[in-house]
Design a protein around this ligand. Structure first.
Ligand code: 13P
Ligand code: SF4
Length: 343
């Protein structure tokens, strides 16, 4: 595809959400990225939170964390460019260690930063024998301490697969609360510094941690009430990283991919998405006949670090190369593969 063809392709895909000048400018970068991608035998994985042009021009596969982990595990390309955040690129390296995995910018995540491997070890000492589930939004050394990982797309199935009365579920306080509600478990949030009652006396079935997504924690019940007053026939969708009060007041809660499918398969006069706002743009671009209300409290500052410009640089300059020490990788891969086997 030359620049003009790319421009026309993008105009038809995102012309209703991106200004013309931006499409022209980025079409040229997209052509160069796609040329280099072929030259380097690379695959580009784009998370659903990528901006509309990156999402629609250079990504070979788009999806949620779970789907992109599967694509990373299955690829036979030499290079995986992960247009997402660091924990996702690490998961790709954990699953496919002989490949070069590139992350275009040093993009973190507030959830991944909320817990360390030492924290998990301390919880395991405090609650011996209790299986540990960690959200994929964690770094490799934390995954290495876990029995199994989960994503927002399979958290309930993962917890239920353990057949255990009690689980440690880390680090997202709100995802844990949502899973506890769906599985009927009672949840506690122990502190490691202030000892509470001996664990045998506690009425718990899920042990959580106080990590939060800095984007999804911003949505409140008031936001929902106000929008429903103004648009009584709106369908509201929320990511399970939103608080349990918010997800309970919504019409649907699911992973980024599940939300995309839900909009595709329903017909409502208005939709409101309580999630990172670029995804709203991508859904609006793909469903021009549907009215997507925007409630963009905050763009994820980490996902926002990934641009067309630094994706090009990443392929040109082979950066940032993601490495996971082998001793950590071999322990982390068990938890990630066990999750993928569940679905
Ligand atoms: P998904 O797994 O639903 O794509 O979510 C990833 C994420 O970081 C949400 O904030
Ligand atoms: Fe992390 Fe939240 Fe950004 Fe997702 S949206 S990458 S959970 S900070």
């Amino acid at each position: 595809m030359n620049s003009q063809q790319m421009y026309e392709h993008l105009k038809s895909m995102v012309g209703n959400v991106v200004p013309d000048g931006e499409i022209r400018y980025k079409a040229e970068i997209a052509v160069e990225i796609n040329r280099l991608k072929k030259e380097r035998n690379a695959v580009i994985l784009g998370h659903n939170y990528m901006e509309p042009i990156l999402y629609n021009s250079i990504s070979d596969f788009v999806g949620d964390s779970l789907e992109l982990s599967r694509k990373a595990a299955a690829t036979d390309k030499d290079v995986i460019v992960f247009c997402g955040v660091k924990f996702m690129a690490e998961t790709a390296k954990i699953l496919n260690p002989t490949k070069t995995v590139l992350l275009p910018a040093d993009a973190g995540c507030s959830l991944a930063a909320s817990i360390t491997a030492a924290d998990v070890r301390a919880l395991k000492e405090r609650f011996p024998g209790v299986p540990v589930v960690t959200y994929v939004n964690t770094y490799a050394d934390v995954k290495a301490e876990s029995d199994i990982c989960c994503t927002s797309g399979n958290a309930v199935a993962v917890v239920e697969s353990l057949g255990s009365q009690t689980v440690i579920f880390l680090p997202d306080e709100f995802l844990a609360g949502n899973v506890a509600r769906e599985t009927g478990k009672h949840i506690i949030f122990p502190t490691l510094t202030i000892p509470d009652a001996p664990s045998s006396d506690l009425d718990y079935q899920m042990i959580g941690w106080n990590g939060r997504c800095e984007v999804h924690e911003k949505y409140t019940l008031d936001d929902i009430t106000r929008v429903r007053e103004q648009y009584p026939d709106v369908l509201i969708l929320a990511h399970p990283e939103c608080s349990p009060e918010v997800t309970a007041a919504c019409d649907f809660s699911g992973s980024t991919m599940a939300m995309i499918k839900y909009v595709e398969n329903t017909h409502a006069p208005h939709y409101l998405l309580l999630t990172e706002c670029s995804m709203g743009e991508n859904i609006a671009a793909a469903n021009p006949d549907k009215n997507m209300l925007r409630l963009c409290m905050v763009r994820c500052p980490h996902m926002n670090q990934i641009t067309m410009e630094n994706t090009l640089e990443s392929l040109q300059q082979n950066k940032i190369v993601i490495e996971v020490p082998e001793e950590i990788r071999v322990r982390a891969v068990r938890a990630v593969e066990r999750m993928i086997a569940i679905g």
